[in-house]
Design a protein around this ligand. Structure first.
Ligand SMILES: [Zn+2]
Length: 145
């Protein structure tokens, strides 16, 4: 009789543990998509930014005047997103001032195979190593090829 009582206590504990474990694993499944944040417009976690010639940022809204800086052009190999950086993230690691745009945003950016021109000024600046930047460290990789 004492053995049966012990068994029923053990059974109750197994059921309890089972109840605790099942909701925990269910909530882990809910967390996984949140961790895999999607930054690339083509559905990849990060934009795969490849060197895309010289980039110039102009403060004017449509004319090639009022130059802000000459820097480095980048384009995502997957979604085509364009970026101009004042520094070279693949060399110094520092982005500096930057501008970004979707390739279809003709009022913001014009580009060909060797050059990119942004209008309307910069979007911001980042002066640490880009890998430590709270946004770019998660959203991009930069490659020279
Ligand atoms: Zn992308």
């Amino acid at each position: 009789m004492k053995m049966n009582k012990m068994l029923s206590v053990i059974m109750a504990m197994v059921i309890l543990v089972g109840c605790i474990v099942i909701p925990a694993s269910a909530s882990e499944e809910e967390i996984i998509p949140l961790e895999a944040e999607i930054y690339c417009g083509a559905g990849y976690p990060k934009c795969d930014m490849r060197a895309h010639g010289v980039a110039t940022v102009y403060s004017g809204s449509s004319s090639f005047t009022s130059k802000v800086f000459n820097g480095f052009g980048w384009q995502c190999a997957n979604c085509g997103y364009l970026m101009a950086t004042e520094g070279d993230p693949t060399n110094s690691g520092i982005i500096g001032r930057y501008a970004m745009a979707s390739p279809s945003n003709g009022a913001r950016v014009q580009y060909n195979d060797v050059a990119v021109a942004f209008f309307g000024g910069i979007d911001g600046s980042s002066y640490g190593n880009w890998k430590d930047d709270p946004y770019f460290g998660k959203a991009c990789t930069f490659k020279r090829y």
